[in-house]
Design a protein around this ligand. Structure first.
Ligand SMILES: NC(=O)c1ccc[n+]([C@@H]2O[C@H](COP(=O)([O-])OP(=O)(O)OC[C@H]3O[C@@H](n4cnc5c(N)ncnc54)[C@H](OP(=O)(O)O)[C@@H]3O)[C@@H](O)[C@H]2O)c1
Length: 257
C-alpha cells in the first residue's frame, strides 16, 4: 500500500505550496507540493496527484506572480492550470485586486478592468474556475516571513540601507497566515479578504523602521518607482476583514531577524 495515499486522502490540497501563501496554508493543516514536485502546467502530473490523493478541495496558489514580468508564456500557469483543476476537483482560485481599476474600494461584484497582463490573466482564470463551479478569493498586498514582494523583504532591505517606498497609493497589507485561515474555511462564490487597516507603503516602511530601531529617514517616500509597470489607480478591496498590519508587523520583523 502507498502510505502517502491513506495519509493525504481527502485533504485540502495546495498548489504552489513553496510560495508565500502556500507555505502559510501548509502551516495550518493543508497539504500540497511545491513547483519542483508538482508542476501545475503538466496535465499528467496533475491527474496523477488527483488520482492518488483525491483531495476534497484544491486551493490554487500556484501562479507566475512577478506582475511586471508576466508575458503570454505565463497563460499556461496563470489560466490553463486553473481551468484544468476546476474541471476535475472543487477549486478555490486565489486571485488579485489587480483585476480592478478606478475608484475603490471594490466589492466582489464590482466590474473588473485589469490594466496589465497579469491582471488580465487572473481575470481569465477567475472566469474559467467559476464556469466549472469553482470559487474565487481575491486579496492584495500579502506579506509574511517568506516572499519576494516588497513588504516581506522590507526588514532585510531596511537593514541594508535606504529604501524607496511609494506614498501615492493606499494599500491594505494582508498577513499571509491570516488569509490562509480564511481560505481554509472554503468560502463560496466570489469573495474578498484583505487586512483591515489602510496605509501607504511609505508609512508601512516607516513603522517597520521604527520598530527595528532604525532612523525614519532610511525610508524615502516616492510617488512612483520607475521599474514598476501600470497599476490600478485604487486597488482597495472591501469584503472579509482580516487583522490589520499593525498587529502583524512585529511578527514580520522577528521572523526575518
Ligand atoms: N502576493 C500578493 O500580494 C498577492 C496578491 C493577490 C493575489 N495573490 C495570488 O496569491 C497566490 C499566491 O501568491 P504568493 O504571494 O504566495 O506568490 P508566490 O510566493 O510567488 O507563490 C507562487 C508559487 O507558485 C509557484 N509556481 C509558479 N509556477 C508554477 C507551476 N508551473 N507549478 C507549480 N507551482 C508554480 C511558484 O514557484 P517558483 O517560486 O518556483 O516559481 C511559487 O512558489 C497567487 O495566485 C497570486 O496571484 C498574491
Amino acid at each position: 500500500m502507498n502510505p502517502q495515499k491513506s495519509a493525504l486522502h481527502g485533504q485540502i490540497w495546495v498548489t504552489g505550496a513553496g510560495g508565500l501563501l502556500g507555505s502559510a496554508l501548509l502551516r495550518i493543516g493543508a497539504v500540497g507540493q511545491d513547483r519542483v514536485h508538482l508542476d501545475v502546467t503538466d496535465p499528467a502530473a496533475v491527474d496523477e496527484m488527483l488520482r492518488i490523493h483525491r483531495p476534497r478541495a484544491v486551493i490554487h496558489c500556484a501562479a507566475f506572480t512577478r506582475v511586471d514580468a508576466c508575458g503570454p508564456e505565463h497563460w499556461g500557469v496563470n489560466v490553463e492550470a486553473a481551468e484544468r483543476l476546476a474541471e476535475r476537483v472543487p477549486t478555490w482560485l486565489v486571485s488579485t485586486n489587480y483585476v480592478f481599476d478606478g475608484p475603490g474600494p471594490h466589492g466582489p461584484s464590482s466590474p473588473r478592468c485589469p490594466r496589465m497582463r497579469y491582471g488580465h490573466q487572473k481575470a481569465a482564470a477567475e472566469d474559467a474556475v467559476l464556469a466549472h463551479g469553482g470559487h474565487v478569493v481575491r486579496t492584495g498586498w500579502l506579506f509574511g516571513p517568506q516572499g519576494r514582494n516588497f513588504p516581506s523583504r522590507l526588514p532585510e532591505l531596511l537593514r541594508a540601507g535606504p529604501v524607496q517606498a511609494l506614498e501615492r497609493w493606499p494599500v491594505q497589507p494582508t498577513w499571509a497566515d491570516d488569509l490562509a485561515g480564511y481560505l481554509m474555511t472554503l468560502p463560496q462564490g466570489v469573495s474578498h479578504a484583505v487586512g483591515g487597516e489602510q496605509t501607504t507603503w511609505a508609512d508601512f516602511a516607516r513603522a517597520c523602521a521604527a520598530k527595528m530601531g532604525l532612523p525614519p529617514e532610511r525610508v524615502v517616500g516616492v510617488s512612483e518607482v520607475t521599474s514598476m509597470g501600470p497599476r490600478p489607480q485604487d486597488a482597495r478591496l472591501e469584503g472579509h476583514t482580516l487583522p490589520g498590519w499593525t498587529q502583524r508587523i512585529e511578527q514580520l520583523i522577528s521572523a526575518s531577524s
